[in-house]
Design a protein around this ligand. Structure first.
Ligand code: NAD
Length: 457
């Protein structure tokens, strides 16, 4: 089926009102749940084949998250989808008012390669739960995961409800030329802008989950040993290819030496003396990204790492000492296992560096001074963040996950995903037993009464 025909088939199915039926949605989500559980080991294998993602990380950062979202969605769907009664306005007396939860219609989801399973399925679950139909375009860079995604979705859904379209830029461009009711995109800032432009053609609402240069500040009061351990995990999980990984460190000069020592120890505990031999350290996704990352290593001083192997796109966990602010590694989002460390003595230096970049997706502050941490959280604008750890705000489904400014538009996870794919339709129901004359012309002599009424509302 070509793209316009597929879209038309989905539009027809949506118009049939079938997806508005909550029990239909729940049944199909349960079917999906069964299939995802049944195919879990194949999904894990596919993730390994794509970029040597370790089984443990595949479960922790991909399959368990998707299954958690799905379980919660099935359990909460009745209450999320129910029309909500709200207080009526006195000006409308007598009346009642409700917010109806309405699906947008046909949704396009375009997902990236770095968490190729989770970042495709988490939005998809919410879109289906909200009663939409979905066309999913996964990344072309993870062919094994994309193949299993297709198999799973074809086993559960008819194409008129959910379809997977494989391909790269050309297919994506063709999809974006169609008229969708909602577009959900996860990927880079530059492609995010292409998506926003395409969506503007039909004023299609979008969620853009993008990236950015996420700072990590460590002040002189921080628990340095624990900070080192938590940064090692948050930076090097998935081989550093995580949108919310700390991108660069700003560390108080007085604790730098201790931090580097602890960082070395923690790194060795996690990945051994030679991380290349560790079964727990993934590879860079492709040659393009490998070359992009290795170009950041030239002319830098390494506190740790700096080793590469082009045969299987290996880059060792690397800590760069005091790079120049104009260096390659400090230009854009790193998105790999390279971590620049810059020391500071004054607030001004922190401010100068953070303010140089657009609003990041994440922000991390390690400090035992509560007021200072709170001050930093309030001072800078960012998508979301963590005090005294990295990346873990992602797993609390009560916190909408998303960016701000260049790091994205909108947020999702848990109920927020359902709300993302739902239009809240406000409706007033008027009573017929009384019809106050106040709003009707002629207005002569009514102004005084109007002013009194407005005081009450
Ligand atoms: P990408 O923008 O290159 O690709 C993402 C998707 O867009 C893919 O499906 C790709 O086929 C498609 N695409 C690529 N070029 C296109 C074009 N010109 N026109 C239309 N579609 C196009 O991103 P990526 O390399 O897959 O992922 C890395 C980026 O994603 C990083 O910047 C990272 O920070 C970001 N990211 C963000 C989140 C988040 O939740 N905010 C999560 C993961 C990754």
């Amino acid at each position: 089926m070509n793209i316009p025909n597929l879209l038309q088939a989905q539009k027809n199915f949506f118009s049939s009102q079938k997806t508005k039926d909550i029990s239909f949605r729940k049944e199909i989500l349960k079917k999906l749940q069964k299939e995802l559980i049944r195919r879990e080991s194949d999904i894990i294998k596919a993730l390994y084949n794509d970029f040597k993602k370790p089984e443990y990380e595949a479960i922790l950062t991909e399959t368990s998250i998707v299954l958690g979202e799905l379980k919660m969605t099935i359990k909460s769907l009745n209450s999320w989808a129910k029309a909500k009664r709200v207080l009526p306005s006195l000006l409308n007396f007598p009346s009642s008012a409700k917010i109806y939860k309405e699906p947008f219609g046909t949704v396009l989801i375009i997902s990236p390669w770095n968490y190729p399973y989770q970042l495709a399925f988490a939005p998809l679950i919410g879109a289906i739960a909200a009663g939409n139909t979905v066309v999913l375009k996964p990344s072309e860079l993870t062919p094994h995961t994309t193949a299993i995604t297709k198999e799973i979705l074809e086993a559960v859904f008819d194409k008129k409800q959910v379809a997977v379209i494989e391909g790269g830029v050309a297919i994506s461009t063709e999809l974006l030329a169609q008229r969708w009711d909602y577009i959900f995109f996860t990927g880079s800032v530059s492609v995010g802008k292409i998506i926003a432009k395409a969506a503007a053609e039909y004023l299609t609402p979008v969620t853009l989950e993008l990236g950015g240069k996420s700072p990590c500040v460590i002040d002189e009061s921080a628990n340095i040993k624990l900070a080192a351990k938590r940064i090692v995990w948050g930076k090097f999980v998935n081989g550093g290819q995580t949108c919310i990984a700390p991108d660069y460190l700003l560390i108080h000069t007085s604790v730098k030496e201790d931090f580097v020592q602890f960082f070395k120890e923690e790194l060795e505990k996690a990945y051994g003396e030679n991380p290349e031999k560790s079964a727990d350290f993934p590879r860079i996704i492709n040659s393009k990204n490998f070359n992009r990352l290795t170009s950041m290593l030239s002319n830098e001083n390494f506190l740790i790492g700096g080793k590469t192997n082009s045969e299987d796109y290996y880059i060792s966990p690397t800590l760069i000492d005091e790079p120049s602010i104009d260096s390659e590694v400090m230009k854009g989002e790193i998105f790999g296992p390279i971590l620049p460390l810059i020391s500071y003595e004054s607030e001004e230096k922190i401010d100068k560096i953070i303010s140089k970049y657009d609003k990041p997706l994440a922000f991390y502050i390690f400090s035992t001074k509560n007021n200072y941490a709170e001050k930093m959280i309030a001072k800078y604008s960012f998508g979301g963040g963590t005090i005294n750890d990295t990346t873990v705000h992602f797993v609390n489904h009560r916190l909408a996950f998303g960016g701000v400014g260049e790091s994205g538009i909108g947020g999702y996870h848990g109920k927020h995903t359902f709300d993302t794919f739902t239009h809240s339709k406000g409706v007033v129901k008027r009573g017929n037993w009384l019809d106050l004359p106040i709003r009707y012309a002629p207005y002569t002599n009514k102004l005084k009464n109007l002013r009194t009424l407005l005081k009450w509302t």
